[in-house]
Design a protein around this ligand. Structure first.
Ligand code: ADP
Ligand code: MG
Length: 504
């Protein structure tokens, strides 16, 4: 179990003395049909080592070819991040040995990334917007996947042997690198999470990545350093590798701030190194020392021609950009007329699309929100799934609401009907019909039930006659029972008063 022997300084105390500086390297796996430099299929979850060509393995004599779709996806990402797009750029070999990269080098971009000098406006939970400057977004290829067997931690230390799956070797990646982020202060952990969430949302919205962090489609290395408040020279950074959930990004940044402050307060120097993130203890431990001048002996890849981007091509791609997620949210909030809190809850519940589709199917914004945030969310929680995973269609909601508005059923029965719909009994109207659930507001049927109730409860009737109108409540129970819960309570009250000649 990884534990830290260093003493931490409490987060708030740390930030009274130090300003944090952040930097993120986010790797995005593209969902192209084939890999970056070969026609091997790019598919997650296949039998290990089946989607592999000699190019992925770097066998002698192979010739890689650039995947045009991957280049287009990279440009789309660059444009969505407000970057400049290089007119020409090439690939380089980043030389190192590791068993997950059988070529002994990773084909990447070095001096001339396809996209550079951009920014992303990141919205924090309370609506404050923080601009993160993007240094570069470059194309490269993923490594294979190692699985260490036999140990208790899944790490190489203590393992008996390791397995390697080259299906992932050569999968197209875009690495997005921020400029150093200053000024986040106490909100650094929150900003870290919001930034990675925003990048993930953008690539998902572009359709260029499956963007599932739990599958490693989006992976984040988080750089953190501290400098004394007011200083203008950055401190030494640590780089926590592969922090692969949004929550973990937030926690890792928070932990590193507390750890760096501990090191500095003890009069020691922060070591520039990579760190491993441990989800179980929410701590990091030292990885390998890493200087800025790590010598990967980069040199231009001789087997690939440069990528040349024409203005027409870029404009064609720009025209393909979907509405940015943040702008879409702003537009929908105004269109739907939700309050800040209502809208935030909907966003946090991941129900923008579901509600949008329900409104498109004919429901009002208020009705769509009521169903998705209310009953459907409740049922989903009970079933331990997402609201969207229940399979409620917009048409069902529109139909249920129509039945309520026509006073055929009340809210309570509508909720029951929804459960019958989910159980596969048919459409709401069919179920109401088949199960005889329509509200009884036909006065003759109600009148009979009310008279029966009054006859059996003369004391209640006397109280009502005496002006104690709240006693009517005692009659509603038996009437509901007689009508199998389908009476309209308001109408029952009216009829009781009418029968007794009392003004309501
Ligand atoms: P490497 O891959 O060698 O770590 P990169 O340039 O790809 O280098 O990424 C380094 C990241 O760390 C960038 O986002 C950069 O802005 C950020 N960074 C650089 N210096 C600091 C620092 N002193 N404190 C925090 N982040 C930093
Ligand atoms: Mg890097």
């Amino acid at each position: 179990m990884a534990a830290t022997t260093e003493s931490l300084v409490d987060f708030d105390e740390a930030l009274e003395k130090y300003d944090p500086v952040l930097g993120f390297e986010v790797h995005v796996e593209l969902n192209t049909k084939t890999k970056m430099f070969s026609d091997a299929p790019n598919v997650f979850g296949d039998e290990p080592n089946t989607n592999v060509t000699p190019v992925c393995l770097g066998l002698p004599g192979v010739l890689p070819v650039v995947n045009k779709t991957a280049v287009e996806y990279s440009i789309l990402i660059g444009l969505a991040l407000n970057c400049k797009i290089a007119e020409t750029c090439g690939f380089a070999r980043k030389n190192y040995f590791y068993p997950d990269t059988p070529k002994n080098f990773q084909t990447s971009q070095y001096e001339d990334p396809i996209a550079y000098d951009g920014y992303l406006d990141v919205e924090l939970e309370d609506g404050e917007v923080f601009r993160v400057e993007i240094e570069r977004a470059h194309m490269e290829e993923d490594a294979g996947k190692l699985t260490h067997m036999g140990g208790s931690t899944g790490r190489i230390q203590g393992a008996d042997f390791s397995l390697v799956d080259y299906n992932r070797a050569g999968v197209p990646l875009v690495e997005i690198v921020t400029k150093p982020i200053v000024g986040a202060g106490k909100r650094a952990p929150e900003l870290a999470k919001a930034y990675v969430a925003a990048v993930r949302e953008i690539v998902k919205n572009l359709g260029v990545s499956d963007a599932k962090m739990e599958r490693g489609n989006v992976r984040c290395d988080a750089n953190v350093s501290l400098m004394p408040k007011g200083a203008d020279k950055f401190g030494t950074r640590s780089e926590t590798k592969n922090v692969n959930s949004l929550r973990a990004v937030e926690h890792a940044v928070r932990f590193e701030i507390e750890r760096h402050a501990g090191v500095l307060e003890a009069g020691q120097k922060v070591v520039q190194e990579t760190r491993h993130w441990h989800e179980d203890t929410r701590t990091t431990t030292a990885g390998r020392p890493k200087s800025d001048a790590d010598d990967y002996r980069y040199f231009p890849e001789p087997d690939l021609v440069p990528v040349v981007t024409t203005a027409e091509w870029i404009e064609e791609l720009r025209a393909r950009l979907p509405e940015p997620p943040a702008e879409r949210r702003k537009r929908l909030k105004a269109e739907w007329g939700y309050s800040d809190a209502e809208f935030r809850d909907v966003v946090n519940a991941g129900l923008l699309d579901a509600i949008g589709e329900t409104i498109a199917a004919g429901a009002s914004a208020a009705v769509a929100r009521k169903w998705w945030m209310g009953e459907i969310s409740r049922l989903a929680k009970n079933a331990d799934t997402d609201p969207e995973g229940l399979g409620v269609t917009p048409a069902t909601i529109v139909e249920l609401n129509g039945l309520i508005e026509a006073k055929k059923i009340n809210d309570k029965i509508a909720r029951q009907v929804l459960e019958f719909v989910l159980a596969g009994e048919g459409t709401p109207a069919e179920i109401v019909q088949k199960r005889g659930l329509a509200v009884v507001n036909d006065d003759s049927a109600l009148g009979a039930a009310i008279e029966d109730a009054m006859a059996t409860m003369p004391d209640v009737v006397a109280k009502i006659k005496d002006g104690k109108l709240q006693a009517i409540g005692a009659l509603i129970g038996p009437v509901m029972k007689a009508t199998r819960g389908q009476a309209d309570a308001g109408r029952v009250r009216e009829l009781v008063l009418e029968k007794l000649g009392i003004e309501g």
